[in-house]
Design a protein around this ligand. Structure first.
Ligand SMILES: Nc1ncnc2c1ncn2[C@@H]1O[C@H](COP(=O)(O)OP(=O)(O)O)[C@@H](O)[C@H]1O
Ligand SMILES: [Mg+2]
Length: 441
């Protein structure tokens, strides 16, 4: 029996071994020796215990032998003399087992990362929440993550933000490209409203497309930003009030005194008709200086005043600024176009536009040495866009200016206090473009 089986075993190109009724290995074919090292006197190692063997049925088992994970399929055979043997077919499953273990390790690592994340992580499919981590439950005021499963993913979103988030969420599940990061509000279980920033991607979960989202609670940041905005609006207002008061004081006190001085000087001339030439020159210089001072005072108070806006429409006041500018710079070609300003806007916004306009023209006159200025102001609800372009000497906006001016900074401050943006596009020799984008509430 043994010999004929051995020959047969050798003819098969798959690892096979022959065992006796007690489970001892009697023989191994070439493939088995090659694959698992059944040689070197270890032929009789036990792969299987005697009591596990059964003459009635086939046995399947996984064992570890010589460092290999082996899948054994054992079937009984009977020799001519009625003795029972077992033929075992062996399959090396070491690599498969290792992969399985690796996957298990990886998924354990993922689970640990997800559960300990400071971000609230959730997975949604077809608009329904399928998974959330502990932080997610905590953030929305649930005691147990399980309470969040099976709900529509917008169940805790602030009603005003639901349409926007819902649309983006459902589109994301369908793999449509979207801004992956944005801000909205959630309502906690106890009714508290929090601000969250979402970062979302899509992934496959349980074999189907899903949206994976990371949420971070940014309520503190939003509150701080709001406070800063209110504070800088207040500072701007205080500065404006002070300017207004100073302009009024200068106009009333100095302006009147200067007018009186001018009047008296004119009169004085009639009392001293026979001045020597030197005296006449001095007298005329005095009059010219008083006039220059009065002119300077008029311009300064005009620059500081903002009550012009209380009397005239914004565009009319800006037109006047442009006219004065052109008068002072006859060599410059200036064009000013405005669009969409039919009604009065929030006075604070009008004042902001006015001050930006003023400071930009002042910078052009002080620094640009341009011969062409183009200004475009458009209002298309809910935004005002102002672009002021000159073809002058330009500068490097990133480099710190040698002079410590606050013109550009205060323009930015004003715009940001309304949640707007200011861009400075300039380079030496390339002219300067200022672009303001101001939301109108
Ligand atoms: N239109 C412009 N053309 C060239 N340089 C400019 C222009 N506007 C601003 N600058 C540069 O930016 C600097 C900062 O401007 P600003 O903050 O208004 O301060 P200031 O006008 O008091 O110097 C200026 O000193 C100048 O170098
Ligand atoms: Mg300036």
């Amino acid at each position: 029996m043994n010999e004929s089986y051995k020959e047969w075993l050798e003819s098969i190109a798959h690892p096979l071994i022959l065992l006796d009724a007690k489970g001892n290995i009697i023989s191994a074919n070439y493939e088995a020796k090659k694959s698992f090292g059944f040689l070197k006197g270890r032929t009789f190692l036990r792969l299987i215990r005697e009591k596990e063997l059964s003459p009635e049925k086939q046995i399947e088992k996984e064992v570890n032998f010589n460092g290999y994970d082996i899948d054994i399929r054992l079937r009984p055979v009977f020799s001519e003399d009625g003795c029972i043997y077992f033929i075992a077919s062996l399959t090396d499953i070491t690599a498969a087992k290792r992969t399985e273990q690796d996957l298990k390790n990886i998924s354990e690592v993922y689970q640990t990362v997800v559960e300990n994340s400071l971000a609230a992580i959730s997975i949604h499919q077809d608009g329904i929440t399928r998974f959330v981590n502990r932080r997610y439950a905590e953030m929305l005021g649930f005691e147990d993550p399980a309470q969040c499963i099976g709900r529509p993913f917008w169940a805790s979103i602030h009603p005003d933000d639901v349409p926007m988030v819902k649309e983006r969420g459902l589109m994301r599940e369908k793999h449509q490209v979207l801004p992956a990061q944005y801000v909205f509000r959630e309502v906690k279980q106890d009714g508290t409203v929090i601000w969250v920033e979402i970062r979302a991607t899509h992934a496959t979960y349980m074999g189907k497309p899903a949206a994976v989202t990371n949420l971070i609670d940014i309520t503190q940041r939003v509150k701080a930003e709001e406070e800063i905005r209110t504070l800088s609006q207040r500072l701007v207002r205080v500065r404006e009030d002070e300017r207004k008061k100073l302009a009024a004081d200068l106009h009333d006190q100095m302006g009147q005194t200067l007018t009186a001085m001018h009047f008296d000087l004119e009169n004085l001339r009639t009392y001293i008709p026979d001045l020597p030439p030197e005296g006449t020159r001095l007298y005329e210089r005095l009059v010219a200086n008083v006039e220059a001072l009065a002119d300077h005072l008029r311009k300064t108070t005009l620059y500081m005043r903002s009550d012009l806006l209380e009397q005239k429409m914004l565009i009319a006041v800006l037109d006047q600024l442009v006219k004065e500018f052109m008068h002072q710079h006859p060599q410059m070609k200036v064009s000013f176009q405005s669009l969409g300003f039919k009604k009065r806007l929030n006075p604070e916004i009008e004042l902001t536009v006015y001050r930006i306009f003023q400071e930009s023209l002042r910078n052009i006159s002080k620094h640009a040495r341009a011969d062409h200025v183009e200004i475009i102001l458009t209002y298309s609800h809910p935004r005002i866009i102002l672009t002021i372009r000159d073809n002058g000497v330009g500068f490097s906006p990133k480099k710190k200016a040698k002079t410590r001016g606050i013109g550009l900074i205060s323009m930015k401050e004003r715009v940001v206090s309304f949640g707007g943006e200011m861009d400075v596009i300039s380079a030496p020799g390339k002219g300067t473009t200022l672009r303001f984008d101001i939301p109108v509430c």
